[in-house]
Design a protein around this ligand. Structure first.
Ligand code: 7RM
Length: 637
């Protein structure tokens, strides 16, 4: 990755920005660093609603933290009630279904839906501290269910609708959930995803579940188990649309979100109320530069942390209009996203490098058919963005007018940690740039000591921040071991990074994606980035293959753009290409052309599986997060 091009924000953008100019950013950063209690205390007071104030801003008993102990607040109140007077008639959610149906829901309307559903839960006896699993398609009722839970202090765990019944079962059991909220089915690429059927299978081995509430979406034939299963619309018809939000401790558990670790068992990441709310609220304003009139679209799925923080809770907390799209980007054609941008005059678009590369691969003619002039800011999350994809996003989508915020963060961190503030920080394509105020990241070596500029090392965070995870559900020991033991006194992110001579952070991928070839520490990302610069290459995934001579050898999996290719010739050309881009030592020893790469359902390439394929020729690890298993079977052959 080259550091050569730098893109300062335009004067127009700087003038209107919430954080305007680099000095304004530096000032915030220094204040947060030097006087964290004052900094966060003042923001909490100014930006959020509290029923009762705190005794302390935070209490740090490593590795456990409490933010705003003694205070009382409520997520649902902050996302709904406090906006009603000023923004009651403003759209909270603009939703588009895959078949083309549309719903626009105002803050007043959303408040009513949430109150009704909260009353349903109350009527059935659910109360603060109980656990609910939400297994639903991308419908407005998904945020409604989440907000209704938070209104009463019921701890929710959203399970992405693409997960199998096995994965669902493991989560219901680990959480000890007594309630499951689901739908008959959902639409994906014109086909029905049969959610209730999967839930029924999962629940055969979950005797603790007392109620299943089912939303009618597809109308297909399902079984309703008497006594256990209830239709959403029938329960809702019997309750009122007013329900007080319960004052809850700032540290009351808000949700658990399961994420895959390196081993088989998924980890239940626990987030609590007050600190998380403050973290997502401030990053919405600082990084997405939210203005009252904005239409904001995060094109992720609510089932991932990105969707929790930046489709539902963050946008609603700041009172913006959040767009939700139910389906796939290629349905009915590859311009679906650009149609949505044009139709709703989207101002801010937030997506992943995987999606950007897929869109890029299908050509400029799709975005070029649409008016994208409403866009003013673009965002990226989930993986390092390679400079080629960055440039395409910048030029073809943003028409060189829109800054790109490359936001680094994790399920565990709750809110964005390293990212440019778009009206303050000059961008370098591929770099997440600088930390958010209150975040103290460092790049360290094996010994935990900081490494010098441009040296690779582990990315760690030195101090607790408001939205950080509190523990792993039911397993505080694993929390301590996984995150706080590798480097004493610091949070271990599991990512490799370097900091350049200007202090910019470059995230190099997961630590286990780092190879060692003939004593050279090589980042898989760096080689992948070089490969995708080649005009024939669409995507590349690089893994280390055990090698007698060099320790590890570079093995590259490649998918190609359209057209005819002579594979043998192209492989040779690509080896030369990498030698030229990085150096001879990085030349892939082996190049394999593939139809598709194995990805998680949220679009991350699963290099772990590729590593298994090149090492043992078979896959034995956890594949519950894999999007499409046939991709792996094809590669293994
Ligand atoms: C939000 C999210 C976390 C992992 C993280 C990184 C990678 C995320 C970026 C990134 C480079 C980025 N949560 N990652 N954002 N790498 N640049 N801007 O993705 O828990 O699902 O994943 O994703 O490796 O540790 S997550």
């Amino acid at each position: 990755m080259s550091d050569s091009s730098v893109y300062p924000p335009s004067e127009d953008f700087v003038r209107q920005a919430n954080v305007s100019g680099i000095d304004a950013y530096r000032d915030l950063y220094e204040r947060a660093k030097n006087e964290p209690e004052k900094f966060w205390g003042e923001l909490a007071e100014k930006e959020l609603f509290w029923f009762e104030k705190w005794n302390h801003v935070f209490e740090w008993d490593p590795p456990f933290v409490k933010w705003f102990p003694g205070a009382k607040t409520n997520m649902s109140y902050n996302c709904l009630d406090r906006h009603l007077e000023k923004r009651g008639n403003k759209y909270a959610i603009i939703w588009e279904g895959e078949p083309g149906d549309e719903r626009k829901i105002t803050y007043t309307g959303l408040h009513r839906l949430v109150c009704r559903f909260a009353n349903v839960l109350k009527e059935r006896g659910y109360k603060a501290g109980d656990r609910a699993i939400i297994y639903m398609p991308m419908l407005p009722e998904l945020p409604v269910a989440m907000l209704a839970c938070t209104r009463l202090g019921i701890i929710h765990s959203v399970v992405f609708a693409g997960f199998s019944s096995e994965a669902l079962k493991a989560r219901v059991q680990d959480l000890g959930a007594t309630l499951v909220i689901t739908a008959d089915g959902g639409w994906r690429r014109g086909k029905e995803v049969r959610l209730k059927k999967a839930a029924d299978e999962a629940l055969e081995e979950c005797p603790g579940v007392k109620d299943v509430i089912v939303l009618k979406r597809t109308g297909s034939q399902i079984e309703m188990k008497p006594g256990r299963d209830h239709w959403w619309h029938e329960l809702e018809a019997e309750v009122s649309d007013q329900c007080e939000a319960l004052p809850l401790d700032a540290e009351h558990p808000l949700f658990v979100l399961y994420t895959s670790g390196t081993t088989g068992k998924p980890k239940g990441i626990l987030h609590t109320t007050g600190g998380y709310l403050l973290g997502i609220t401030m990053t919405m304003k600082w990084i997405f530069d939210i203005k009252e009139e904005d239409v904001y679209w995060c094109a992720a799925d609510v089932g991932w942390i990105t969707g929790h923080s930046y489709i539902v809770y963050g946008p609603l907390s700041v009172g913006t209009t959040t767009v939700m799209y139910e389906g796939a980007p290629d349905t009915p054609a590859w311009d679906r996203w650009w149609r949505i941008v044009e139709k709703y005059k989207v101002n801010i678009l937030y997506t992943s490098p995987t999606a950007i590369r897929a869109l890029l691969r299908h050509g400029d003619e799709w975005p070029n058919q649409h008016d994208l002039s409403s866009l003013r800011l673009l965002g990226s999350v989930g993986e390092p963005i390679n400079p080629a994809a960055w440039e395409w996003y910048y030029q073809v989508i943003g028409k060189k007018r829109c800054p790109i915020v490359d936001t680094w963060w994790q399920t565990e961190t709750g809110s964005i940690m390293i990212s440019p503030m778009p009206g303050a920080v000059p961008l370098k394509p591929g770099s997440a740039t600088f930390p958010v105020p209150g975040v103290l990241p460092e790049v360290v070596g094996f010994d935990g000591k900081p490494v010098g500029p441009n040296q690779e090392g582990y990315l760690v965070i030195r101090r607790p921040w408001p939205a950080m995870m509190r523990t792993i559900w039911g397993d505080p020991k694993r929390y301590e071991e996984q995150y706080w033991s590798r480097v004493p006194g610091a949070y271990f992110t599991g990512d490799a990074a370097r900091r350049d001579e200007d202090g910019y952070f470059w995230i190099l991928g997961r630590v286990d994606d780092v190879m060692n070839v003939s004593g050279h520490r090589l980042s898989t990302m760096e080689i992948e980035s070089a490969l995708v610069k080649h005009p024939a290459v669409a995507e590349a995934a690089v893994v280390g293959k055990p090698d007698e001579i060099t320790g590890q050898a570079v093995c590259a999996f490649i998918t190609l753009k359209g057209g005819d290719h002579d594979h043998e010739k192209l492989a040779e050309e690509l080896r030369e290409w990498v030698s030229h881009e990085i150096g001879k030592f990085a030349r892939p020893k082996e190049i394999r052309f593939a139809e598709a790469l194995p990805k998680t359902r949220s679009g991350k390439i699963m290099r772990r599986l590729l590593r298994e394929i090149v090492t043992t020729k078979e896959v034995t690890g956890d594949v519950t997060t894999l999007e499409d298993f046939s991709v792996v079977s094809k590669l293994a052959k």
